[in-house]
Ligand binder design. Structure first.
Ligand SMILES: Cc1cc2nc3c(=O)[nH]c(=O)nc-3n(C[C@H](O)[C@H](O)[C@H](O)COP(=O)(O)OP(=O)(O)OC[C@H]3O[C@@H](n4cnc5c(N)ncnc54)[C@H](O)[C@@H]3O)c2cc1C
Ligand code: SF4
Length: 341
């Protein structure tokens, strides 16, 4: 690992100040000079692999007392950026009112990682594309802009089928983000120009046009919390994850589903996020629209799944993904329907 300097932020202003370029200076984030350190379970791995090369780490774990809370009221659920994955997954109110969030976290990583890793760091995790993570491969536009994409003709079994370009076919690896995007969540950030709030759907760039830039965060911006608005669909929600083994593995495909159903099973509202298949966290709005006003059964769920996967482009090893994703979504919809709430 390359040498770096280490600073501990005492509060959020301290953190942002430490991570913000001096006036007239270069963009510290763009040249990799500064990074926030939360649980470190992504960042430190990538530093050891020499994929991320920050010269300064700003440790934000001292903010946990002020930015690690899990609070809910009639308007919704607020998750502090420093809340740990395990604490959110096990929180009784999250389990009862937002099960899709609890399940997406409980099915992610391992117990040890969930104890360490934060919500802010989780949504900013980077792709598991092997060519990105192994610097012995020269061609990776995400790591080295303009160098090409080794995965295009290489081993691309875990890669995306939607949102890709000729520059990058990486898939977004996380679980929680698909639940957050499905529920119309918002991100609160603090930057050198003060706080701002914006839809979670705008946090990640949805297309791989500039693979080296993955988010819309501005230099120095710190995620402080995530807000999930309450809705009549959050309780009837679930997360289905399909993976190579039953624990401690990333999703091949996944579906985050939340439903508001009439007594006869007609869909009043549907929220759907799909994992494993897209370049970024993906809200399947075409599938949601296909379901609204329909009686939810295997036929309507399948039609919605077809709508979600329309336009999928595969690259050989990942030819299986569209069909697996369709079946994952159908299963999640029928499971959510059958749920006792
Ligand atoms: C073996 C293994 C298996 C895994 N399996 C899964 C899985 O199945 N599903 C899944 O979803 N995840 C999985 N993960 C990923 C894991 O969940 C993430 O590594 C973790 O959530 C990242 O959180 P962290 O707090 O450790 O982030 P860090 O590593 O500390 O940070 C990650 C990135 O976010 C930035 N950052 C952190 N916090 C903030 C903030 N508040 N504001 C702005 N920037 C910030 C950091 O600078 C860094 O760039 C796995 C990881 C490993 C190592
Ligand atoms: S898919 Fe993206 S991350 Fe993977 S090698 Fe290609 S450019 Fe790099």
């Amino acid at each position: 690992m390359r040498p770096f300097t280490f600073q501990q932020a005492a509060n959020e202003l301290d953190a942002v100040r430490a991570a913000t370029p001096a006036p007239g200076g270069s963009d510290l984030r763009a040249d990799g000079a500064t990074a926030y350190l939360a649980g470190g379970t992504t960042l430190v791995d990538l530093m050891k692999l020499d994929v991320m090369r920050p010269r300064t780490l700003v440790d934000i774990n001292g903010l946990a007392a002020t930015h690690g809370g899990i609070d809910a009221d009639a308007r919704g659920l607020r998750l502090g950026a420093l809340a740990r994955m395990a604490d959110v997954a096990d929180h009784p109110m999250v389990l009862r009112d937002y099960p899709v969030i609890a399940e997406s976290l409980a099915l992610a990583a391992s117990g040890q990682l969930r104890n360490m890793a934060s919500i802010g760091g989780n949504v900013l995790q980077r792709t598991r594309c092997s060519y990105f993570r192994d610097t012995s491969y020269a061609a990776c536009n995400k790591r080295s802009p303009g160098s090409g994409c080794a995965a295009m003709e290489g081993v691309n079994r875990i890669h995306a089928v939607l949102g890709t370009t000729s520059k990058c076919i990486a898939s977004y690896p996380g679980d929680l983000a698909h639940a957050l995007i499905a529920l119309g969540s918002e991100v609160q950030v603090l930057g050198p120009n003060g706080p701002r709030m914006f839809p979670f759907a705008q946090l990640h760039l949805q297309s791989a046009d500039t693979p080296e830039t993955e988010t819309t965060l501005r230099p120095g911006e710190l995620i402080t919390s995530i807000f999930v608005p309450a809705g009549p669909y959050t309780r009837r929600s679930t997360y289905v994850k399909v993976r190579d083994r039953q624990s401690y593995a990333f999703a091949l495909t996944s579906a985050a589903v939340a439903l508001d159903l009439a007594a006869d099973g007609t869909v009043r509202d549907a929220r759907i996020g799909l994992g494993g298949i897209h370049y970024a966290p993906y809200r399947a709005m075409a599938a949601e629209a296909a379901l609204k006003g329909k009686l939810l059964d295997e036929a309507s769920a399948t039609a919605a799944a077809d709508a979600a996967l329309r336009g999928a482009v595969t690259h050989g090893h990942n030819d299986y993904k569209p069909e697996l994703a369709r079946r994952t979504l159908v299963r999640a919809l029928l499971q959510a329907k059958a749920k006792e709430i």
